[in-house]
Design a protein around this ligand. Structure first.
Ligand SMILES: *[C@@H]1O[C@H](CO)[C@@H](O)[C@H](O)[C@H]1NC(C)=O
Ligand SMILES: *[C@@H]1O[C@H](CO)[C@@H](O)[C@H](O)[C@H]1NC(C)=O
Length: 237
């Protein structure tokens, strides 16, 4: 996320291409999404029960969720990407520095006007605040039952296919797209995370992922894994 952090993660930088690439991103390892590998019961959450009951038949939207430091430097590219889209088919949410406003002074694309979350927080690279920010984005997007796919994007992501291609591709798949691999040289696992996060479940992956609604709900409603990250993201407090 931050320029400062780039050298530190240099060897982990991936030009990440999904099969039939939809976006490419500078990705770094946040190890956060391995949560999806853990099977745990979320049915205790009243909120998720309510959301899951919503049955939606209208046109499905892709929610584009931008995690930005401040402005979106590639707004002009995204502007032409959204230009050909049907406004019924997508929504945009931005998590940027608290108080930052997207308007005609700060962005070249009208699609971003007023799209910053009102409850955004201060984010620090490599800390759990980054996961918290992603959760806020997912939570906001879940409020609209039309949002059926949730795409997390950094401020350096650019689309390399046009909107209709991306839309068809994502809607045709009933699956989430996440990056997850076992890195044996990785040493960020802290035994204090056990037993909530067992060592055998530890994975690395890009945080720039695409989720189906059910998986977005798992992340937003999680009250088991996130507290461990909050405590142990860099060192366990
Ligand atoms: C979008 O891209 C696809 C594949 O690259 C192409 O076949 C299609 O004509 C494009 N559609 C528009 C509206 O540009
Ligand atoms: C918008 O969504 C409808 C179906 O909900 C689809 O038929 C149409 O192709 C989509 N438009 C674009 C530009 O992808």
């Amino acid at each position: 996320m931050t320029k400062k952090a780039a050298p530190k993660v240099g060897r982990h930088v991936l030009w990440f291409s999904w099969k039939l690439v939809t976006f490419f991103c500078i990705a770094f390892s946040l190890v956060a999404l391995f949560r999806l590998h853990l099977r745990y019961d979320i049915s205790s959450s009243a909120v998720s029960r309510t959301r899951s009951r919503i049955h939606y038949d209208g046109p499905a939207k892709i929610a584009f969720l931008f995690l930005a430091r401040r402005e979106l430097p590639l707004d002009f590219l995204w502007g032409s990407f959204f230009e050909i889209a049907d406004v019924e088919n997508f929504s945009i949410f931005i998590h940027s520095a608290p108080g930052f406003v997207f308007d005609e002074l700060t962005t070249r694309s009208k699609f971003f006007y007023g799209r910053q979350l009102s409850n955004s927080i201060q984010v620090a690279w490599g800390e759990s605040s980054m996961i918290a920010a992603e959760r806020l984005l997912l939570e906001a997007a879940l409020e609209d039952p039309a949002n059926q796919r949730f795409v997390l994007l950094s401020d350096s992501c650019v689309p390399i296919y046009n909107f209709s291609y991306v839309y068809k591709y994502l809607m045709a798949s009933p699956r989430s797209f996440v990056d997850s691999f076992l890195d044996r040289k990785e040493s960020r696992y802290n035994p204090k995370m056990s037993p909530t996060i067992p060592k055998g479940k530890w994975r690395k992956g890009s945080q720039w992922i695409t989720l189906i609604r059910r998986h977005a709900e798992v992340i937003v409603d999680d009250e088991i894994i996130f507290p461990v990250f909050k405590k142990c993201c860099k060192v366990c407090s």
